[in-house]
Design a protein around this ligand. Structure first.
Ligand code: CMP
Length: 140
């Protein structure tokens, strides 16, 4: 079924000038960008996004990393978009990510792992609404 998912190109990938290469992978896989913007997150915005990880030992580093430079947030739309994006990204830890995946090719550490993608339909709905108003999403 046609789905939408939230994708974030993280500060490490933006710093590597890999925005275009990463978005090209989404497009080549049949996902369409229906919303996109570049943002510099602050502690509140990054912490609220990752609220489910608040009690995890890596939370402080995660927020520190996500606020260390600009990110590009996008809404991707397409058939089976949530799972398709997760396949394209590869495992959370780049050291475990399959060859040819975004994290295998652009990331070195679990903290700076190039991209985020929604992990379920429920998270996708929450995460899209966290960054985009309905008037900022452009179905094609
Ligand atoms: P992401 O998919 O954006 O969701 C939470 C992020 O926390 C994750 O990617 C990783 O970059 C980061 N992280 C750091 N340590 C861990 C860990 N041990 N388990 C899961 N995520 C971690």
């Amino acid at each position: 079924a046609t789905e939408r998912t939230l994708s974030i190109i993280k500060p490490d990938a933006v710093a590597k000038n890999a925005i275009g290469e990463i978005i090209a992978r989404f497009e080549k896989a049949g996902l369409q960008v229906v919303a996109a913007k570049m943002l510099k997150l602050d502690d509140d915005k990054a912490g609220g996004f990752y609220a489910e990880h608040k009690e995890r030992p890596f939370f402080k580093d995660l927020v520190g990393f996500m606020t260390s430079g600009p990110v590009v947030v996008q809404v991707l739309e397409g058939d089976d978009a949530i799972a398709k994006n997760r396949e394209l990204m590869g495992a959370t830890n780049p050291k475990e990510a399959a060859p040819g995946t975004i994290r295998a090719d652009f990331a070195e550490t679990i903290d700076a792992n190039a991209v985020h993608g929604s992990d379920s339909a429920e998270s996708a709905e929450r995460e899209i609404a966290y960054f985009f108003g309905a008037d900022e999403i452009c179905p094609r």
